[in-house]
Structures are given as structure tokens and as C-alpha cells.
Ligand binder design. Structure first.
Ligand code: CP
Length: 311
């Protein structure tokens, strides 16, 4: 693997899932692979799981780790080509990415969208600029439109817990007080089209995701109908894609309860707002996989870093 910017960078998804499951059973089997190699983990936004699990994954492979919160600790970065830098930004991405590439062997990056400028967000300016000007592989730790490490984690978790060959998986929108990005539902929807599951998406009208990403996935506007006979229910809030970044509904009736999901397993990327997205009764039950899911973040990251180091 040359980089992990998005799910298209995966050569064989089934093999990568199996690799992650193998690493989970023997995390230190490749401790020599990362010897004398470094990863630079650069954050423009907050993180708990991505930061700690990717760090743990790199440690399991014997890598050295440097972490930097670029917004608060670095110089203000300029991304526009040819700009006259007479305002707030102090360092151009051309120098920054080239310099960082001399210190580390892999750059991992988190940079959320503005949710105000759809065109710019879809250009993925920050991660694509690093990709362009860095001379080492770039790993996406959640960008404006994609969270491929999370999606790989989700596929691993479904593989581990599925009780039938082709389980029914439902991605459901759920209410949230703030406008949230599309990265997680985008990548989850993409991933579900890459593995063998019966997949549908449910959300209130007006919350359609980018149709280029959802493709032929059935969209069901009636949540109860969509949830019928589900094996896995993945809840996530996202803001409107059409009316970009807007909150169109906070309809509390879309919150997940045990009565709605019946015997299905519950999934969420975390962090999750209790009794807003999902009721306590689910999160505190054996049907919730959120903790196991978060554990798999380590092995998803480790499988990706292993492939990059081997290439
Ligand atoms: N799911 C996830 O990416 O969690 P963090 O934002 O805490 O990293």
C-alpha cells in the first residue's frame, strides 16, 4: 500500500480485514518491521480514539511516534499556491510537508471540513496538499469527506460478530445538536459496498449523502421499516449534504432505542451523545459493540501501517 488517503487505496479488503484480525491475536508479531521508522501524527482537530489507537498500532509495529497538534502548536499553514503571505499564515505547506518528510517515514493527518464551503471541503485541500508536497506516505486519520480507518474498523467488527454469511446492515441518521461532517457515514457507506452485506441507509428526507458515494444503496425514509430484521445498526448524525452543513431536523423520534433495534447489534464510531443519538439501554446492553469497535481501531491502523511499511 502506497498511502491510505481513502478506501480506494486498499488492494484487497478481505485480506486487509483478515490481516487486522490476525494482528489482534498476535499484536507484536511484526515488532521489527517498524524498527528505526517514525510516524508523525498531525492533528488539526480533537481526537481520542484515532490518536491513541494509531499510536498504539505504531508502537506494536516497533515504530517511533511524534504527535503534534498543528493548530495550537505549529505555525499557521498556508495552502494556496502563489499567495502573498501578508496575513495570518506563517508557513507554506510546500516547506512544511517537505520538512516533516525528512523527520518521519509516514505522515498521518486529521483535518475536518469547514462545513461552510462544499467545493473546498470536497477538494480535501489539507490532506491532498500534504500528499502532493510530502515525500513519504500519507495516512488519513479523518479528513473533510472520509474516515477510512474508522470504516476498516467497522468492517472488521462486522466480520467478527456476524452470525450469518450476509448480514443485514443499516446505517441510520440520528439527531444531534451540532452540525457534524459526512466523513464517517461516507466511508461506512463506501465500505459496506465493498464487503458482502445487505446494506441500506435510513434518514429523514433532506439528509441524502453524496449520491456518488451511496451509489445504488437503498435509501429508506421510514426508520422502522429500514431497521426490520437488521443484524447490525450503525447510528450516526450528519448535517445536510444538499443544504451543505445545515441542520434540517433534530427530530428526537430518530433516536435509537432497544424497541427499535430489537436483537440487532449496535455500532457507533464514538464519541456518542447518550440519550440523543442512542438510549442508555442500548449502550449499556450486550447488544452494543461500541467498545469492541473502538478496540479494533488499533488493529485497523496496524494492518494499514504494516502494509505501508512493507511496500
Ligand atoms: N471515532 C473516532 O474517530 O474517534 P476520535 O474522534 O476520538 O478519534
Amino acid at each position: 500500500m502506497k498511502q491510505y488517503i481513502d478506501l480506494e487505496d486498499i488492494n484487497n479488503v478481505d485480506q486487509l480485514i483478515q490481516q487486522a484480525i490476525q494482528l489482534k491475536s498476535d499484536p507484536f508479531a511484526h515488532k521489527q518491521l517498524g524498527k528505526n521508522k517514525s510516524i508523525g501524527m498531525l492533528f488539526f482537530n480533537s481526537s481520542l480514539r484515532t490518536r491513541l489507537s494509531t499510536q498504539k498500532a505504531a508502537q506494536n509495529l516497533g515504530m517511533n511516534i511524534m504527535v503534534m497538534n498543528l493548530n495550537s502548536e505549529g505555525w499557521g499553514l498556508e495552502f494556496e499556491d502563489g499567495s502573498v503571505m501578508n496575513a495570518g499564515t506563517a508557513e507554506h505547506i510546500k516547506e512544511a510537508a517537505a520538512v516533516i518528510s525528512q523527520y518521519v517515514d509516514v505522515i498521518a493527518l486529521r483535518a475536518f471540513p469547514s462545513l461552510t464551503d462544499k467545493v473546498k471541503d470536497e477538494e480535501e485541500q489539507i490532506i491532498r496538499s500534504f500528499q502532493k508536497y510530502a515525500s513519504v506516505p500519507v495516512v488519513n486519520m479523518e479528513s473533510a469527506t472520509a474516515h477510512p480507518l474508522q470504516a476498516l474498523t467497522d468492517a472488521i467488527t462486522i466480520q467478527e460478530f456476524k452470525q450469518k454469511e450476509r448480514p443485514k446492515v443499516v446505517l441510520t441518521w440520528a439527531p444531534h445538536p451540532r452540525a457534524l461532517p459526512h466523513a464517517v457515514p461516507n466511508s461506512f457507506a463506501k465500505m459496506m459496498q465493498m464487503i458482502d452485506v445487505d446494506f441500506c441507509i435510513t434518514h429523514p428526507e433532506g439528509y441524502e449523502l453524496n449520491p456518488k458515494i451511496t451509489g445504488n444503496t437503498p435509501i429508506v425514509y421510514n426508520q422502522n421499516e429500514a431497521l426490520k430484521d437488521a443484524d447490525f445498526v450503525y447510528a450516526k448524525n450528519w448535517s445536510s449534504y444538499q443544504d451543505y452543513g445545515q441542520i434540517k431536523s433534530t427530530d428526537e423520534s430518530w433516536m435509537l432505542t432497544l424497541d427499535k433495534i430489537k436483537a440487532a447489534k449496535f455500532m457507533h464510531c464514538l464519541p456518542v451523545r447518550r440519550n440523543m443519538i442512542v438510549a442508555d439501554e442500548i449502550l449499556d446492553s450486550d447488544q452494543s459493540l461500541v467498545i469492541q469497535q473502538a478496540n479494533n481501531r488499533t488493529y485497523a491502523a496496524q494492518a494499514v501501517l504494516k502494509e505501508i511499511l512493507e511496500d
